[in-house]
Design a binder for this molecule. Sequence first.
Ligand code: GLP
Length: 241
Amino acid sequence: MIICKAQNYTDMSRKAANIISAQVIMKPDCVLGLATGSSPLGTYKQLIDWYQKGDLNFSKVSSVNLDEYRGLSPEHEQSYRYFMNENFFDHINIDKARTFVPDGLALDVDKFCKDYDKLIEEIGGIDLQLLGLGRNGHIGFNEPSDIFARDTHCVDLAPSTIDANKRFFNSEEDVPRQALTMGIRNIMMAKKIVVVVSGKDKAKALKETIYGPITPKIPGSVLQLHPDVIIIADEAALSEI
Ligand code: GLP
């Protein structure tokens, strides 16, 4: 595990975008595993900027997103599909037909989850997975639990996650209570993992992720077992280390 110290959010975002750029340049038809949330937003902005300057070409890239709220349509402004279109896909030359986000409206959830796992395999597996870290140590929407969930599945969101994400909704009641998320196996199968972590409210979770015991109580701690992880964190996020 490489820990890379960034001065601030902008520096963190540029460093992550540099690694993703290198991936796209080295393998133009790569599969990117993508994340939502405020952490990767600056990374997407930087990648868009480099694309607009002519430095990057996403035309052959495929992407697969980590998670989606259950019950939100792709048109809902807080859905992760909407987030990805607004903040990344609509500004680059990626083929939207090759961008995959779990379907929050899937009726047969079990079947959907199995199909999503199959899809990840069929497109060749994830070359580079971008991750944020929840305040409670979650990755994707793999919440603290007694077990590591293997594959794509439906989860009940933890109260702390509902609390953390309510800022995006009109009220706490509007935050969906469930989500579909890739499992730990899906994430750990990625060839390379880049984690972006910013802010003091992540400091405890980051410390436990890097130095704590490997436990499903801190889902991010499983990353200690991955052979190619880089954590890019700003000074505030590293303040407890
Ligand atoms: C969200 C997402 C995660 C994200 C995390 C941190 O709920 N499901 O994929 O990494 O929580 O979010 P943020 O970057 O906004 O702090």
